[in-house]
Ligand binder design. Structure first.
Ligand code: G6P
Ligand code: ZN
Length: 543
């Protein structure tokens, strides 16, 4: 076996976004595209020599080829050890756990999360550090810098490894350990939740549907929900991971998990419906006739977490991303614990979790998680819901309604305007930013602005500052509109408009969200001059 030292040159556009480097699959397949990024990552972390890594992905098209390349590059760069999921499969939270469990130096997670997969769809690579969490901004900046200065890369000249066979193999001087993707993750879940109580609930006739969307959580959900917890066979649907996710869009929300939504709104609905995304870090929870918004789910989990063994001692604090509704802040206030508002991107929760400032974190984009790993965790959220249901012995709808009656309701909706010309989206955002200074006190479409700013985050742990994280406008009525550009798209710009309206526990808590948000929506359209700036006010997706 020999090491090839390959001359290369920088490739444009390798700047990691909200969640790693995401591009069209064919872009990743271009000569040296993936190789350059991996070498740049090794260079940015001070080399791979003697280090250990975890590698796995969500099974999408190009996953296996990418893993072979990463293994050969790790070996050529002197890495000592790599743990890989069997067949190249690891959910994002399982990868995070393996990094922590094995005290690895870091890991590569191959996924474009909820974006479709296939040769004409999306692919992505994300580097996670020693704590199991996505590289913080300081490191992603270094990686980007390394992509701009790259001159050569190293890759072992060897045959592909057999990733279907469990156990140790060697690649040059490097050890490769192929592990069952589910085993350690399931053990972790068993330490967090009362599996007996959940099992009893299923024995008692509790019913569920879990839609794995032909993505990575299929094997995890089969093993945990059906085999360990005794949910009826057939509870898990679309449970075989496919390279193209069955041509679906593995994003667990009412639009893309429509079959599940339809079932849950029908007479034959089971007690709970849940779904997860491409790489298993997102979740959707829906009761009979009761869709739970991700922002509400975070708040409800926080208010009830003490019912599960892992959180019986209470929570240290709660963090949410800025566009997530204020529902969890109200819970933190009642519990007398800290609440934190971070920019979009799970990486921003890492420091707060490492410092023990927060136990639960969540985002409007269907991510919830805790200090058990450093990623959001779809199945974990489902299990925490099941544990709460097993203890409270109420329906999802009763628990949600009770929450609103106690804390009031944060009506919430996100409007996505996809594939907007980047220059137009940028112009809208800069025009908005230009107006912020004197907005407070002004009336917009009948609503008075209370405060307006461009969100800037001062990390309370490492002191780093992240600016320009989205425009937020709060109104005197308890409404809020947030505008930001997505950092996970692969084509043009996606403009996100997040709308929120709080109604106190003594106010109306059972309106249709779109009706409750009408005024703030009109104000947001007027404020941003949306029709004139991007030529549309009809979103592609409403969640
Ligand atoms: C990924 C990240 C999340 C983020 C979401 C949406 O799932 O892990 O932290 O909330 O993408 O990001 P975007 O920049 O597209 O709004
Ligand atoms: Zn994901």
């Amino acid at each position: 076996m020999s090491i090839e030292v390959r001359q290369t040159s920088p490739i444009e556009g390798q700047k990691p976004g909200t969640s790693g480097l995401r591009k069209k699959t064919r872009v990743f397949m271009e000569p040296n595209y993936l190789e350059n990024f991996i070498q740049a990552t090794f260079d940015a972390i001070g080399g791979a020599a003697g280090k250990s890594f975890v590698v796995g992905g969500d099974g999408r098209y190009f996953n296996k080829d990418a893993i072979q390349i990463i293994l050969k590059m790790a070996a050529a760069n002197g890495a000592a050890h790599v743990t890989v999921g069997q067949g190249g499969i690891l959910s994002t939270p399982a990868a995070s756990h393996l990094i922590r469990l094995g005290k690895a130096d870091g890991g590569f997670i191959l996924s474009a999360s909820h974006n479709p997969g296939g040769i004409d769809e999306d692919f992505g690579v994300k580097y996670n550090g020693q704590n199991g969490g996505p590289a913080p901004e300081g490191l992603t900046a270094k990686i980007f810098d390394a992509t701009l200065n790259i001159k050569e890369l190293k890759i072992e000249q060897s045959a592909d490894l057999d990733l279907e066979v469990l156990g140790q193999q060697s690649l040059g001087a490097m050890q490769v350990n192929v592990v069952d993707p589910v085993h350690s993750y399931q053990e972790l879940m068993e330490t967090l939740f009362d599996f007996n109580a959940i099992r009893e609930m299923f024995v008692g006739g509790f019913s569920m549907r879990f839609d794995a969307m032909h993505a990575v959580t299929g094997p995890y959900a089969h093993a945990i929900l059906e085999d360990a917890l005794g949910a009826a066979k057939g509870t898990v649907v679309n449970g075989v991971p496919l390279e193209d996710f069955g041509k679906g869009h593995p994003d667990p929300n009412p639009i893309w998990a429509k079959d599940l939504m339809d079932l849950m709104m029908s007479d034959t609905a089971p007690d709970i419906g849940a779904a997860s995304d491409g790489d298993g870090d997102r979740n959707m929870i829906v009761g009979k006739d009761a869709y739970v918004t991700p922002s509400d789910s975070l708040a409800i989990l926080a208010a009830n977490a003490h019912l599960a063994p892992a959180y019986a001692k209470g929570l240290a604090g709660i963090a949410r991303s800025m566009p997530t509704s204020g529902a969890s802040d109200r819970v933190a206030e009642k519990l007398g614990i800290g609440s934190y508002e971070t920019p979009t991107g799970w990486k921003f929760f890492g420091n707060l979790l490492d410092a023990g400032k927060v136990t639960l974190c969540g985002e409007e984009s269907a991510g919830t998680g805790s200090d058990h790993v450093r990623e959001k965790d779809g199945l974990w959220a489902v299990l925490l819901w099941l544990n709460i249901l097993a203890v409270r012995k109420q329906s999802v709808k009763e628990i949600v309604t009770d929450h609103w009656q106690t804390f009031g309701r944060d009506y919430y909706s996100r409007y996505d305007f996809e594939a907007v010309a980047s220059d137009k989206a940028d112009a809208l955002m800069s025009a908005l930013r230009g107006k912020l200074a004197d907005l407070a006190g002004q009336s917009v479409a009948g609503l008075t602005v209370k405060s307006a700013d461009d969100f800037s985050y001062n990390d309370p742990v490492d002191g780093s500052v992240s600016s320009n994280q989205g425009v937020r406008v709060a109104f005197e009525t308890g409404a809020r509109a947030v505008f930001r550009l997505s950092g996970t798209g692969t084509e043009g710009a996606t403009l996100r408009l997040y709308l929120e309206q709080y109604s106190g526990s003594d106010g109306a808590i059972d309106l249709d969200p779109q009706d409750a948000l009408k005024d703030v929506r009109n104000a947001a359209f007027a404020l941003s001059d949306m029709q004139a700036m991007i030529g549309r006010v009809e979103p592609d997706v409403i969640t």
